[in-house]
Design a protein around this ligand. Structure first.
Ligand code: HEM
Length: 336
């Protein structure tokens, strides 16, 4: 069940790093097919191809790709300055899944972990490195010789929940050490929800504030949305309105290039949590580059600027056209 319909936005991620790669000297990989800017990236092409073919059903950016992104975020964010900065993007969520999938915010992640495990077993790759690979698009930074791998499960209580307050969420991200995240970076990271589905906030659901719930009504962490079939998380709803984050949130409207660039920045930080970038090799080129989508944003049918709850005090909400036709019902994200 989709809770945002802007799936197209994230699909533009990845086109920029390719342009610079073209200017760099490349080495031929032993597979006789691929070339890479660094030979250490060569063995990742086979892992990528296996993922695209057999996990993502021939490269579809569907449910498994969404779940994989959520999984990597939940692995990475589980690091805390207050707790001595142990953990982060170290694969613990996969290696200690018997512990971590019982944490409340990790509900449902056991499914994608079980789907991914055979790929880790088949290829000579650590769970920590593997977590950076199942992507439709995103930067992949791989270490030399290997990303730090978890020796124990992450502590509970470090993954944000949709019923947390803005204060709790911003504090949690700021505490994800050692560097932490600025408030605007939290907004950048949350653009991931443009491709997200929700299966467990309201298990009964197969889908502008205030007119409708999906499924059987309000659940913890869920608020009303304007479109049938669209699940709106309370945390997203509040961050879009809070004075610390509302203007940044609004700034993404009709600006896919900004979303592309800033998501890469935020995702890079998430993928580096607990690791030192200076000891790593950038293997972003391994990640597939999707088609660029260049469409003007519109309001859903029947909705206009008048339906917008203006939250940003500095800049008016951009004027958008309204899509033609009857009111939309957003279909659930299909499961393979
Ligand atoms: C305030 C922080 C966040 C909260 C409270 C939050 C919460 C949630 C919740 C409740 C769901 C639905 C789970 C379900 O019912 O199946 C979800 C889905 C998702 N989240 Fe987040 N999230 C946050 C930040 C992030 C970030 C930073 C990323 C990635 C960079 C991310 C990626 C995703 C993805 C890709 C999904 C969709 C998974 C699927 O389609 O199966 N989330 N999130």
């Amino acid at each position: 069940m989709a809770f945002k319909t802007l799936a197209a936005l994230l699909s533009v991620v990845g086109s920029i790093q390719l342009a610079s790669a073209a200017l760099t000297k490349r080495v031929a990989c032993p597979d006789g097919v691929n070339t890479a800017t660094n030979a250490a990236c060569c063995n990742l092409f086979a892992v990528r191809d296996d993922i695209q073919k057999n996990l993502f059903e021939n490269g579809q950016c569907g449910a498994e790709a969404h779940e994989s992104l959520r999984l990597t975020f939940h692995d990475g964010i589980a690091i805390s300055n207050k707790a001595g900065n142990v953990g982060g993007a170290d694969g613990s969520i996969m290696l200690f899944d018997d512990v971590e999938t019982n944490f409340h915010p990790n509900v449902g992640l056991d499914e994608i972990i079980n789907l991914q495990k055979p790929f880790v077993a088949k290829h000579n790759i650590s769970a920590a490195d593997f977590q950076q690979l199942p992507r439709c698009s995103a930067p992949a930074i791989l270490p030399r010789p290997g990303r730090k791998v978890a020796t124990g499960p992450a502590p509970d209580g470090l993954v944000p929940e949709p019923f947390h307050t803005v204060e709790q969420i911003l504090d949690r991200f700021a505490d994800a050490g050692p560097v932490g995240f600025e408030d605007v970076e939290v907004v950048w990271a949350l653009s991931a929800h443009t491709i997200a589905a929700a299966n467990d906030v309201d298990p009964a659901t197969p889908g502008l504030r205030g007119t409708t719930f999906t499924g059987k009504g309000g659940h913890q962490g869920e608020v009303q949305s304007a479109i049938k079939g669209v699940m709106r998380l309370q945390s997203d709803h509040l961050l879009a309105r809070d004075s610390r984050t509302n203007c940044e949130w609004q700034s993404f409207v009709n600006n896919p290039q900004k979303l592309h660039d800033r998501f890469i920045d935020a995702w890079l930080k998430i993928s580096l949590l607990g690791s030192d970038q200076d000891t790593m090799i950038d293997c972003s080129e391994v990640i597939p580059v999707p088609k660029t989508i260049n469409v003007q944003a519109t309001f859903p049918p029947s909705l206009t600027n008048k339906n917008v709850e203006q939250a940003c005090a500095d800049t008016p909400f951009p004027t958008l056209k309204t899509a033609p036709g009857p009111a939309t019902v957003v279909a659930p994200v299909p499961k393979n």
